[in-house]
Design a binder for this molecule. Structure first.
Ligand code: NIG
Ligand code: FE
Length: 414
């Protein structure tokens, strides 16, 4: 990691992607400048307007040559910590076996649970760091990581510790989420209520006490847990002062989005089968939509999330990789943005907002996600001036330089 920048500097001659209002679209300052002071953005402006915009004497100026500058990208939903891999299931699915069938036969999430229980904390962290390098190369500066492949207290704690460790191993901020209610582990087969009891009375309080999680998630689905069971987990999370979010309406509509909204939750994620009542409940509660086109793509899903209804209701849309060894082994947030455009009909600007401002909101991180004075100086400089170029060509990474907390952490130096 190099640090080519002084504590205070100015990025000049840049095209800045700014968000003028909290809910609206993206705006641009074509001949813009951005000043960084001690890890934070101290000024953002238009160089063509007035002499007040000249850099103070002594402030080093870097010429961005007209390139686009955006906030650092945020991957707000991942399962990056796990043991083993599931290529075999990928091949089975290519032969027509469904994700649900594989799960019911003991594969799927439980296959990864078995491998994760057998892998130690350092090995889990090392493997995840290697995967995260792919995301960092594209300008990701914040990543959310869930547990959920331990399904016993000891292994869930191990996963969350490994996730926290990543922040010391790579230049990235990590938000952790406890996902004990991800699947029924084999030792509780046929006793899902007892498993939920264990999650609520043992796992969750211990995770909260050790401050290992920033939020609590669950999987509300026929192959996982009912709304009643998830509600019990959410009550327990609330008692531990942890905010909630939910894998909801991915394969069917059980009313999970309305449930997470009822708890004032952060987001409902996947939501291909979300109905109008769910959209309205989310809008009313301020619960965000997190779209995961990687899982949609890999599972050959045909039901699309109700993007227009979400727009009409003013529900902010975030997009994330959902990286996991089963339903979404994707390690590119740019490719995921492309999928959100091609498969779900987002515009390139909506896709960019979805991995910056809205992803920050989905994680309730108010200090990042937009280019404005006072925000963390997490910044990406791109090899183009146009947002569409970021998502146009699958497999092309136009990231030029990555700055985190004001320091150069990736790509070329200026
Ligand atoms: O977000 N939907 C549930 N959980 C993950 C998949 C986990 C797995 O298959 O290992 C998801 O798609
Ligand atoms: Fe997920």
């Amino acid at each position: 990691m190099s640090s080519s920048f002084p504590l205070r500097y100015r990025l000049a001659n840049a095209r800045l992607a700014v968000t003028p209002s909290d809910h609206g679209g993206m705006g641009f300052i074509d001949n813009g400048f951005l000043e960084v002071d001690n890890g934070f953005i101290s000024a953002v402006g238009d160089s063509s307007q007035g002499s007040a915009n000249k850099a103070d004497e002594g402030v080093k100026v870097f010429d961005c040559q007209g390139r686009l500058i955006t906030p650092g990208l945020i991957d707000c939903h991942t399962h990056l910590i796990y043991g083993g891999a599931r290529e075999g299931e990928f091949e089975q699915r290519l032969q027509g076996v469904s994700y649900e069938t594989i799960a019911r036969q003991g594969g799927g999430i439980n296959a990864t649970v078995s491998a994760t229980r057998q892998t130690d904390e350092d090995a889990l962290a090392q493997a995840a760091a290697g995967r995260i390098d792919h995301l960092l190369a594209e300008g990701v500066t914040t990543v959310e990581i869930k547990s959920g492949y331990g399904l016993d207290t000891q292994t869930e704690v191990k996963m969350l510790r490994a996730a926290r460790k990543i922040a010391d191993m790579r230049p990235v901020d990590v938000q952790t989420t406890f996902l004990g209610a991800h699947a029924v582990p084999p030792e509780y087969a046929g006793r899902s209520d007892e498993y939920i009891e264990y999650v609520c009375t043992d796992m969750l309080p211990k995770v909260a006490e050790q401050k290992l999680a920033d939020a609590v998630d669950g999987f509300c689905e026929g192959i996982a847990f009912s709304c009643d069971q998830i509600a019990r987990v959410f009550h327990s999370a609330t008692a531990c002062n942890l905010p909630v979010k939910l894998h909801a309406e991915q394969l069917s509509n059980l009313g999970g989005a309305a449930l997470v909204a009822r708890f004032g939750g952060m987001s409902a994620d996947h939501i291909e089968y979300l109905d109008q009542a769910g959209v309205e409940a989310m809008a009313k509660a301020g619960t965000l939509a997190v779209l995961l086109p990687g899982a949609f793509y890999y599972l050959g899903e045909v039901q699309k999330p109700p993007v227009q209804a979400l727009r009409d209701a003013g529900v902010p849309i975030a997009v994330a990789t959902d990286h996991n060894p089963g339903s979404s082994p994707v390690l590119s947030l740019l490719a995921t943005m492309n999928m959100a455009c091609v498969l779900f009909g987002l515009t390139p600007e909506e896709a960019l907002l979805a991995v910056t401002r809205n992803a920050a909101k989905a994680l309730r991180l108010n200090d990042r996600g937009i280019l404005a004075a006072g925000k963390k100086a997490d910044i990406v400089i791109w090899r183009s001036a146009a947002v569409v170029d970021l998502v146009y060509a699958l497999g092309r990474n136009l990231c030029h330089s990555v700055i985190r907390n004001g320091e150069h952490v990736g790509g070329a130096e200026l």
